[in-house]
Design a binder for this molecule. Structure first.
Ligand code: GDP
Ligand code: MN
Length: 399
């Protein structure tokens, strides 16, 4: 789960990371008022969306007057901010953050990620802050400093000092750098984050180390033990299909194609998507309904897949190991009776009790297209969609 910049700053400041003074606003009037409360002469108005690259996309504006703040907000509120991280549809701006502007002497990149190779938290830093890390690795790969944290002892001060020196930070500021890094690391581990990124971490003209931007991502599977983080979820920033799936406890990732997938097992779901592509189609989603696919769960899955209006055929691919094909078949039949399905449904069953499963599907009287192998299922799904069978299929009409 991602959170907003202003939320990440609040979280990190609780761990000793210095952030600029700022205030949240839901309207241009409120933004101007909150800037007057903050005081000072220059402010930065920042669109709050779950994506970076806002600066280049017009989502960050330095303002010197009330009027400028008002105008900056008028442009931001309600817009779909399109940055290189949002995709072409952009992300809606419903909140802006107003901060006291700081005078920047230097911009540093500081990131904490989970490194799969070493299975450790890795610190990635560069003196070329301000640019995205992808750009830094393409343009200035030699500027990148990496350090791996040994989990048994945690992040050591000497490691922080080493990084600070490699970044060329002057000696007097090293203690502030150490405090920032240790704070980020503690926040990362104590809150089960999967990513903490401060870009830029700035050194100000008056020699302070300040996190000017902040991004945090959390492990969804650990949110249950961090209710204060779970509360920060903002559904307006999520793919609505994925929010619905998360609310129903289903493992779903929305894609751009039109063949909906209902599969048990993540590996099989990946293989199903590959096979659809091989057959010349495009999957509309990844969906793993899990091992114990009860009829209720199968029905939920059908509703979820169909809530994506692009879906023109549904491929159900079940390999029953722990599960049983007859149960799944009953689930599919029950789901098709409960949910209004108006696209062709292709079912491939394999594994335990497959014959009984096939019989249940055949006896149901529903126009289910059956397939013996995954390849056949994918070809039939693509065929059904291409032959425009998608028009006018009504599962319940057959009952
Ligand atoms: P991002 O583009 O979404 O990553 O948003 P950032 O919060 O990183 O802001 C983009 C850029 O705006 C930063 O790299 C800074 O150069 C600039 N910026 C943000 N806040 C300030 C500020 O307080 N003072 C100055 N001078 N520049 C700022
Ligand atoms: Mn940034």
């Amino acid at each position: 789960m991602d959170i907003h910049e202003y939320q990440a700053k609040e979280v990190l400041s609780g761990f000793g990371v210095t952030v600029p003074d700022g205030a949240l606003a839901y309207s241009p009037e409120q933004a101007a008022y909150r800037a007057s409360e903050l005081g000072g002469e220059r402010w930065v108005v920042k669109a709050q969306v779950h994506a970076g690259g806002r600066g280049k996309a017009g989502g960050v504006k330095v303002c010197k007057t009330d009027t400028e703040i008002y105008e900056a907000c008028e442009n931001m509120f309600g817009m779909k901010l399109v940055t290189h991280q949002t995709g072409p549809e952009g992300k809606g701006v419903y909140r802006v953050y107003v901060e006291t502007a700081v005078l920047i002497a230097n911009e540093i990149y500081l990131g904490f990620v989970l490194d799969r190779t070493t299975q450790r938290v890795m610190i990635v830093a560069s003196a070329e802050g301000g640019m995205e890390i992808e750009e830094i690795s393409a343009d200035k790969p030699d500027s990148i400093v990496r350090a791996v944290v040994e989990p048994a002892v945690g992040l050591r001060e000497f490691q922080c000092r080493q990084i600070a020196f490699k970044l060329g930070v002057e000696a007097a500021l090293v203690p502030q750098m150490v405090r920032t890094m240790k704070g980020c690391y503690r926040a990362f581990t104590e809150l089960d984050a999967t990513m903490v990124e401060i870009n830029p971490l700035v050194i100000t003209e008056d020699h302070r180390v300040i996190a000017l931007d902040a991004k945090m991502t959390f492990d969804d599977n650990a949110l249950f033990r961090h209710p204060q983080i779970a509360e920060l979820r903002d559904k307006s920033q999520e793919d609505p299909r994925e929010s619905r799936a998360a609310d129903r406890g289903l493992n779903y990732v929305g894609l751009d194609g039109n063949i909906g997938c209902i599969v048990n097992g993540a590996g099989l779901a990946m293989a199903t998507m590959d096979t659809i592509k091989l057959a010349g189609g495009e999957p509309a989603n990844f969906l793993d309904i899990g091992g114990g696919a009860t009829p209720e769960r199968v029905a939920k899955a059908f509703r979820l897949v169909l809530s994506d209006k692009k879906v023109q055929a549904i491929l159900v691919n079940i390999f029953a190991g722990i599960n049983r094909c007859d149960w799944v078949a009953e689930g599919v039949v029950q789901a098709l009776k409960e949910v209004e399905v108006d696209v062709p449904v292709i079912v491939r069953l394999a594994g335990t009790n497959v014959e009984q499963g096939q019989k249940i599907l055949a006896r149901s009287g529903l126009p289910i297209i059956r397939a013996a192998t995954l390849q056949e299922a994918a070809e039939r799904a693509v065929g059904a969609w291409k032959n425009d069978l998608a028009q006018g299929v009504n599962m319940r009409a057959a009952l």
